[in-house]
Design a protein around this ligand. Structure first.
Ligand code: NI
Length: 168
């Protein structure tokens, strides 16, 4: 297992649309393991393959219930098939350095996806889990949470980022 480098905005790979996965083999399982390890190392609660430079439709999401647990699921070709309600909550992203902002998301969603063996999944998610899933599925479409904030906030963030990058 290996920890991968996480790409950060404005890296253009983060804007690419991920391709559908059709082969469910050991290499895919290895990728999921590497993504899980990379996510916990960051640390974060979700990671999409684009974020490590792989434009394939796979995300990992933390599902741990206890503090020191490291349990995650890998979702292949995930789609938000239904959404209802709306909640505004704070978001950040491993690919967006030193920034958090409020983002409006569906409160409850229905997700269709496949597991690492290609088995079809169809489930509902609410609240925090639903938020993470919407954020990660966005990544696969080349969308970042900062695309959901106001132009003014984005301009301010870009200025801040310039300073951060200059001091690195
Ligand atoms: Ni993210």
């Amino acid at each position: 297992m290996a920890i991968k480098k996480i790409l950060t905005f404005p890296n253009p790979v983060l804007r690419e649309k991920a391709e559908k996965i059709t082969t469910f083999d050991d290499e895919l399982k290895q990728l999921a393991n590497d993504m899980g390890k990379t996510m916990y190392n960051a640390p974060g609660v979700g990671l999409a393959a684009n974020q490590i430079g792989i434009t394939r439709q796979i995300v990992v999401v933390d599902i741990s219930r206890e503090e020191n647990e490291k349990k995650f699921i890998a979702l292949i070709n995930p789609v938000i098939s239904e959404g209802e309600g709306s909640v505004t909550g704070e978001e950040g992203c491993l690919s967006v350095l030193e920034y958090e902002s409020k983002v409006k998301r569906f409160q409850k969603i229905r997700v269709t996806a496949q597991d690492l063996d290609g088995k079809k999944l169809d489930f509902e998610a609410e609240d925090r889990f639903a938020r993470i899933l919407q954020h990660e599925v966005d990544h696969l479409h080349g969308t970042l949470f900062i695309d959901h904030i106001s132009r003014l906030k984005l301009t301010l963030y870009k200025k801040k980022l310039k300073k951060i990058l200059k001091n690195k």
